[in-house]
Design a binder for this molecule. Structure first.
Ligand code: FES
Length: 167
């Protein structure tokens, strides 16, 4: 195990990333810990940076491609920092049946990006989310976690206009 820990410190974090060093000390170097470690990385950085992927790959002996596959499979993990305005549209059942897909489509159309992407100016990122616990207000979207209920395409347009006008 000592070897594995040293391996982690030789990753391209250069041994300078205290968070990653501590993380590798906290866990056993077994593949089963990947998701839990990714959760901690996501929480700490707000995304999963490349050097952290490399550190986990070295530490857990899991190929980078597999780590990338896990990150892109789960919507809670992101490869880039969240941007200034993160807009998430709930596609959970209650919201979906009330037309949240149309709201998502409008968002993509207006910002010209796909879910999980960020606008080139870094101002907006968008994502699809599952139930945010506000089904009574369906359909719902959130802006940086703030819930907008009884949403419509028009409401999304209005919010985008307001946010676009802000610095
Ligand atoms: S399904 Fe959208 S808030 Fe519950």
């Amino acid at each position: 195990m000592e070897d594995e820990k040293q391996k982690c410190c030789q990753c391209n974090c250069g041994g300078k990333d205290e968070f990653l060093e501590k993380l590798c000390e906290k866990y056993q170097p077994v593949k089963d810990n990947l998701i839990q470690m990714l959760n901690e990385v996501q929480e700490h950085y707000g995304y999963v940076p490349k050097h952290a992927q490399k550190a986990l790959s070295d530490f857990l002996n899991v190929p980078m491609a597999e780590i990338y596959g896990v990150i892109t499979f789960y919507s809670r993990f992101t490869l880039k920092p969240k941007e200034k305005y993160n807009i998430a549209v709930c596609l959970g059942t209650a919201c979906y049946v009330k037309g949240s897909q149309k709201i998502m489509d409008r968002l993509k159309e207006r910002l010209k990006i796909e879910s999980g992407e960020t606008t080139p100016d870094g101002k907006f990122s968008i994502e699809e989310t599952r139930c945010v616990g506000a089904c009574g207000l369906a359909p719902v979207f959130t802006v940086n976690g703030e819930v907008y209920g009884k949403a419509t395409v028009q409401k999304m347009d209005q919010v985008l206009d307001e946010l676009s006008a802000k610095e």
